[in-house]
Each structure stands twice: as C-alpha cells, then as structure tokens.
Design a binder for this molecule. Sequence first.
Ligand code: ARG
Length: 249
Amino acid sequence: MNFLLAAVLFFSVSEARDFKAIKESGTIEIATEGAFAPFNYFKGKELTGFEVDVANAVAKELGLKVNWKTYGFDSLLIGLNQNKYDVVIASHGITPERAKAVEFTNPHYCTGGIIVTKAGGPLTAKDLAGKTVAVQVGTTYLTALQKVPGLKDIKTYPKDTDSFQNLMAGRVDALVTDRFIAKESIQAHAKKMKMVTGDLLFSEQVAMAVAKNNKGLVEKLNEGLKKILANGVYKSISEKYYSEDIRCK
Ligand code: ARG
C-alpha cells in the first residue's frame, strides 16, 4: 500500500456520519477539487461542472441540501476518513488500492487516461520511451505511467492544469490526463498552441467515495444515482458538458 493510502487509514479517527445522521441534519457535505474542468471547476467564484451537477441531482433525489467544500486532489480521500465531509466526488477511478481505504459507489461515468502532446510528440506508450511526461500527483495516470518502460522522467504536479502549462512551456514532452479533459483543454488552449491526443493508456470507472465502512450511505447514493440515470436528469447534465452521455455502458 502506498504512503498516501496508508495515511488515509491511519488518520481514520472519529465515526463517519451515517445516512440517518445526514438526513436529520438536512445537509450533506460533499468535497471536490475544483480544478478539473469540465468535471469540477470554478467559473469565477462559482463551483460548477459535470460532477457538481450530478452530485447536486443525487442529493436532491435524497431530499438533501449540499454544502460543497474544495481541497487539493491528493488530500481528498484522507479528509474523507477524518470526517471533514461525507462524500468525495472528484473523478476518482475505482482501484483495488483505493477500495482498501474508502468505499466506492457505483460509477457515475466511464473514461480513460490519454496521452496529450504537441504536434510531432510521442503518441503511444512505446513512443514515451526516453521522454519526460507530466502528470497530476496521486492519480491513476501516475500509476499507469509508472508501468510504462523506458521513460526518462515523470514530473508530478499538484494540479492537472499544471501538466498543460508545463507541456506548453516545453518543459515536458507529453502529459497523461482524462480523455474528456484532454478534449476540453486542447480546445481551450488552441489559440496559444496546437496539442493533440495520442493513445488511451487504460480505461477506468469513476465513482463517488465515502468513508470506510459507511455502507448505508453508499446504498443511498446508489439509489439516487440510479434514479437520475433512469429519469433523464443524468443524460441532460452529461450532454450539457460533453454533448454525449458518458455513463458506463
Ligand atoms: N481519474 C484520475 C484518478 O482516478 C484522475 C482524477 C483527478 N481528479 C481531479 N479532480 N483532479 O486518479
């Protein structure tokens, strides 16, 4: 188990709020990062994005108000087991490692980690040999990159947007990020620099997380998610951000 996940377990101090306690208070506390557009990000001062809308819709189904909090990506699962909030929704892929430390809901979308580079840059895992690659710390992209043979260097950054800045500044040859983020960011930076996507390195299911053993809350979140997947609410949120339905098929 890596250090971060060991810390998640070690810092599990007080009891997490169960669904009953949350329901009695009327408000669910949800944390995200706020720097992973279009999944979770700030539009000016307003926290928004696909995951913010999805979580708000799930909470509405459960008759709850939401109190949003934002933290650095690599501290989100730790804070969960310290009971700083009830739920994390921040594009966490379900991995066996993470599942030891937290509980995951059913996935709210399916995606994958993709290579992004400049014209003429490395497009495949093989091409990455001898190259310097940027990635956000604590992510499944980092784990995937660590398995690619022959890399010159992996540069880890606190935020995914840092990877793009460093690619554009020419400090790295490529980066790995979410395939939907890649699409959005390439468009957003098109005027400054032409970037392209390469191979998808792996696929993953992305889910909400709650504190270890808080299984009753997982069940309720799954109920809410199931409802919005069935009643068209999820579909319209997804199409608003991606012009397609990104649910797991
Ligand atoms: N899907 C990747 C993972 O599971 C990246 C998530 C990054 N999320 C974020 N809010 N920056 O690690």
